[in-house]
Ligand binder design. Structure first.
Ligand code: SAM
Length: 232
């Protein structure tokens, strides 16, 4: 019996401690990111409501919309978040995506990850704008002069998020709600959606407040307070 016990404990030690705990970098990458995220939350959004369930956070962010205007999602992919958003909206929701997946490596995912062979099934009030954002946005903005009521940024990449704020930044105004799907709490989060937004804030002078954040995922919602570059 002592021999069995020793063998079993050694097996457990090797399998779980050495193989999974001691050698698995992902664990420490995630823990590092989590600690940095916690520091950011404590410094910047201590009183905002937080959520464990993703659909509840999305619903809460939508409930905070007070302005009339455009409902936009960048990064429709399989349509999961669009199927949460569109039923809450009285009017059109515009979904932008190439459906070719991400065009750069991102957070361990290769180029082309999240590509779709078929268009996602979404409610009837969704209008798709298929193509890369820098190609579809100029025509869309010419055809739609409204400001933004709700903006969902779910395109993962820094470069794609830069395009969104470059093109749409002046449509943000007091009360616009922006929900980010990958703002923090993953390896190198400071280099992606977060960075593109913070650079836009710096450049434009936009002011905002955090209104909700996820404690289990990467989502964060903000309300725009003022925007000196607003076109409205
Ligand atoms: C993580 S997926 C979106 C997931 C989706 N919201 C869902 O709930 O299923 C990211 C999407 O962003 C799209 N994307 C990223 N950058 C883009 C760009 N510059 N132009 C068009 N689509 C882009 C990709 O094609 C991909 O479908």
């Amino acid at each position: 019996m002592p021999l069995f016990k020793r063998t079993l404990s050694e097996f457990i030690f090797r399998r779980f401690m050495l193989k999974h705990y001691a050698s698995n970098l992902l664990l420490d990458m995630n823990l590092d990111a989590k600690r940095q995220t916690l520091d950011y939350i404590k410094a910047n959004m201590p009183d905002a409501p937080y959520f464990e369930k993703h659909p509840q956070l999305v619903k809460y962010a939508l409930d905070q919309v007070e302005n009339k205007g455009l409902y936009l999602e960048f990064g429709v992919g399989r349509g999961k978040s669009m199927r949460w958003i569109a039923p809450e909206v009285d009017g059109s929701v515009h979904g932008f995506d190439s459906f070719e997946g991400i065009q750069e490596h991102w957070n361990g995912n290769p180029i082309g990850a999240f590509s779709q062979k078929q268009m996602p099934k979404v409610p009837d009030n969704v209008e798709f704008h298929v193509g890369y954002f820098d190609a579809t946005l100029p025509g869309f903005l010419e055809a739609h002069s409204d400001s933004i009521a709700f903006l969902h940024v779910d395109c993962d990449l820094y470069s794609s998020t830069v395009t969104i704020f470059e093109q749409l930044g002046d449509r943000l105004q007091h009360g616009s709600i922006v929900l980010f799907d990958e703002y923090y709490n993953f390896h190198r989060w400071q280099q992606h959606e977060f960075k593109a937004f913070q650079e836009f804030v710096e450049k434009s002078g936009l002011t905002y407040e955090y209104i909700a954040f996820s404690v289990t995922g990467q989502q964060v919602a903000v309300r725009v307070l003022s925007n000196p570059t607003s076109s409205q």
